[in-house]
Design a protein around this ligand. Structure first.
Ligand code: NIG
Ligand code: FE
Length: 425
């Protein structure tokens, strides 16, 4: 049975890739985000089940589909339709908060100073281990619902506040459970190598991940108990070095995970060069990336996931996004939502990307949609408004689409409907 939904009357439809089936946009193409505008007549979008089947003026669609039965009509008069945002990097499953550290950071303490004193990720690992499964699920689902209602229809979710296998496995299982509680798309990334547990060295932890954890993970994936997409590591001075990171990432690749990791964040480590060389699909942060690293990523078409909220919160230099775009690196965006950078609003990430990283509005939207989809390997089905793609959409009540970025941190009242797979959520 076909369920048809017609959205009509819209003022603008921002298609992002203009029905050209592009995997991502880079360089100057990021400016051409295929805005269909019509001041005189309304615009329509027809959905069959989960998929977009037609885009056009109200009259054209009415004519083309004359006589067909429509089950649901959504009046979008005066509204703008955008693809749902795709958040390419979050850490959404954890307990406790770190508001006490926020005050310390504002007073001048650095991220690594706090981490070395046992705070930071270590503190959240302790709090997360103490929390019950139920509490972790409830707080995770609340965060995911908040994201969805703020326009994020697909999100990458990392583990990483467990570190040891039993704790990481618990987080994986709770992430899997969350799928049935909230209709947001979830891509799971295994990030046991997020920090070094108190009782181990980085080398011992690397051995454990490569020799034990990855094998246990593979078994559960083969048995279809878990559906994990990517492998991650915090490749950073004082955490996992470049060789340990390479070993962990390659072990993940070996069992079919895609490489998607934290690199060149607080210090230059050569993460971009290493990641491009081993076929990383995405590398996040890159505040300290080298020119050589940018060249390598452009050549390998490794997606750079920019997290402006983190640099802003830590008051560190932001990544050289202009140089990346000019060099042809596909640039995507994420929120990094975690107890250090506590925001899951993609509109805030886009605003910060524009103001602090000097991206244009068009580049920011392309980065938050089609390019984030590419960072997660899902841009064949998500990230743009194209015939044949999933109907993950935001219908906004604003005179033009730019308001969703322009109205800084205050955009939820603009969102009239969020559609996931063609259904209002
Ligand atoms: O992307 N750098 C490592 N991971 C996170 C921070 C997580 C945390 O501080 O809890 C990041 O910034
Ligand atoms: Fe992160």
């Amino acid at each position: 049975m076909t369920l048809r939904t017609l959205i009509y009357g819209a003022r603008q439809i921002v298609t992002v890739t203009r029905n050209r089936n592009e995997k991502f946009l880079c360089g100057k193409d990021m400016h051409d985000i295929g805005i269909v505008k019509s001041d005189a007549v309304g615009l329509s979008l027809l959905i069959e089940n989960e998929d977009i089947v037609a885009i056009g003026t109200d009259d054209d669609i009415a004519r083309e589909f004359e006589g067909i039965e429509v089950d649901q009509k959504i009046d979008a008069t005066g509204c703008c339709i955008l693809p749902g945002f795709i958040d390419a990097h979050t850490h959404p499953i954890w307990a406790g908060d770190r508001v006490h550290e926020y005050a310390k950071k504002l007073a001048g303490a650095t991220y690594m100073e706090i981490m070395r004193e046992g705070g930071g990720i270590g503190f959240t690992v302790e709090q997360t281990r103490l929390a019950s499964d139920k509490d972790l699920l409830v707080s995770l689902v609340a965060r995911l619902k908040r994201m969805l209602h703020a326009g994020t229809t697909y999100v990458e979710c990392k583990t990483g506040y467990g570190l040891e296998w039993p704790d990481e496995l618990r987080l994986l299982k709770i992430l899997e459970q969350a799928r049935s509680h909230v209709p947001i798309g979830i891509s799971i990334t295994y990030c046991a190598a997020h920090a070094i547990p108190k009782n181990k060295t980085a080398e011992e932890m690397t051995d454990d991940i490569v020799n034990n954890q990855i094998k246990a993970l593979k078994k559960l994936m083969d048995e279809k108990e878990l559906n994990v997409n990517d492998i991650d590591v915090f490749c950073e001075k004082g955490v996992y070095d470049i060789e340990q990171s390479r070993r962990i990432l390659l072990a993940g690749k070996e069992i079919g995970l895609s490489i998607n990791f934290h690199g060149d964040e607080l210090n230059y480590t050569g993460s971009a060069e290493m990641g491009a060389q081993i076929g990383a699909r995405a590398i996040s942060h890159l505040e300290c990336v080298s020119d050589e690293g940018i060249r390598a990523m452009a050549e390998a078409k490794t997606v750079a996931v920019i997290l402006p909220h983190t640099g802003y919160t830590l008051r560190i230099e932001l990544p050289p996004v202009r140089r990346m775009i000019d060099a042809g690196v596909p640039v995507a965006l994420g929120t990094d939502a975690n107890p250090n950078a506590f925001s899951s609003a993609m509109s805030i990430s886009m605003n910060l990307a524009c103001v602090l990283c000097r991206m244009s509005l068009e580049e920011a939207l392309a980065a938050a949609t089609i390019n984030s989809a590419a960072a997660l390997g899902i841009s064949d089905k998500y990230g743009s408004i194209e015939v044949g793609k999933k109907a993950d959409l935001i219908i906004c009540r604003c005179p033009s689409w730019e308001h969703i970025i322009y109205q800084f941190g205050d955009h939820t009242h603009l969102i009239r409907h969020v559609l996931k797979h063609g259904t209002i959520v």
